[in-house]
Write a protein that binds this ligand. Sequence first.
Ligand code: ADP
Length: 324
Amino acid sequence: TAVKKTKVDTRAKPAQSGVNPDKIDEKWRPAAVIKEPEPEGDTYLTGKKLGRGGFAVCFEGRSERTAEIFALKVVKSHVEQKKQLEKFRTELQIHAKMHHPSIVEFYRAFAFENYTYVVLELCPNGSLMDMVKNRKSLSLPEVRRYMIQLCGGVKYMHQRCVIHRDLKMGNIFMDCHMNIKIGDFGLAAVVVDDKERRRTMCGTPNYIAPELLGKKGALDGHGNKVDTWAIGIICYAMLIGTPPFASKSQTEIYEKLKQLQYEWKEDCQYFIPNQAKNLVTLCLNLNPTERPGMDDLVEHEFFKMGAIAEELDRSCLRSRPLWL
Ligand code: ADP
């Protein structure tokens, strides 16, 4: 495939061997004081638990040097299993290179007492998934705001040939000003751009196997359109409250998806205009080459036909903004 790894020195080391892989359970807490090795050598005082995923647990960590609070992601020791370790390395290498207001800032990663710690920008207001669950669905000005921010972050990644590949509401976090921050680069990939691909492909096109040319999404420069699809799903879910193809089993979801079988409920909290439906329809195109890129998306009529929420506060996590 056209996927290659960046060479970034993240200075992260995997957790040392010989650690009980089940050590991080519900009750697990990191040491009260976590010391980063020199030259940075900062010390973090650990605070409350922020959440846990399949692969890591997150705690608040206050820097002794600056008093700033970060999210400390503690990677479970069984990441030593090959696949997990690979996921972790990719995540660090790609995430460390991303600097954008809509992307969780990655500061550093280091090993301390058998665990690997990743220092991330703190997102104290949970994930977009939590908010949508609490609110059932979001108002149009909010959806516009979060979509614009999301497309901005994804545009930045795509410009740098990075495909996120795991965009979902649970991987989109909220900062203290209710701005979205894209996180979890565990499935992200770097795609060789067209120019470089031409250079790395064999000298003469006469020898190129047909399957290399035909591999849609891998070599045709449209690989990043998987993110456009995911953005369509996220937009629908913010408007309606559940993803479009939601079903009991994975097989059912795939069946519906392949036939684009989804509908717009009539009994929604908020009226859903055709422009919003059209935006989702454009993203959920079975042919990746026909899906819009980020530049086209932000120019969509949906963003011009009505208000975009500006200042929001954390009350929006539970209830609609008062001005609506
Ligand atoms: P995994 O790689 O295991 O999926 P995540 O990156 O999803 O781990 O992190 C696990 C949980 O930690 C998240 O669901 C979220 O609740 C919390 N979390 C992750 N990153 C942050 C952050 N930057 N700020 C606040 N909480 C976070």
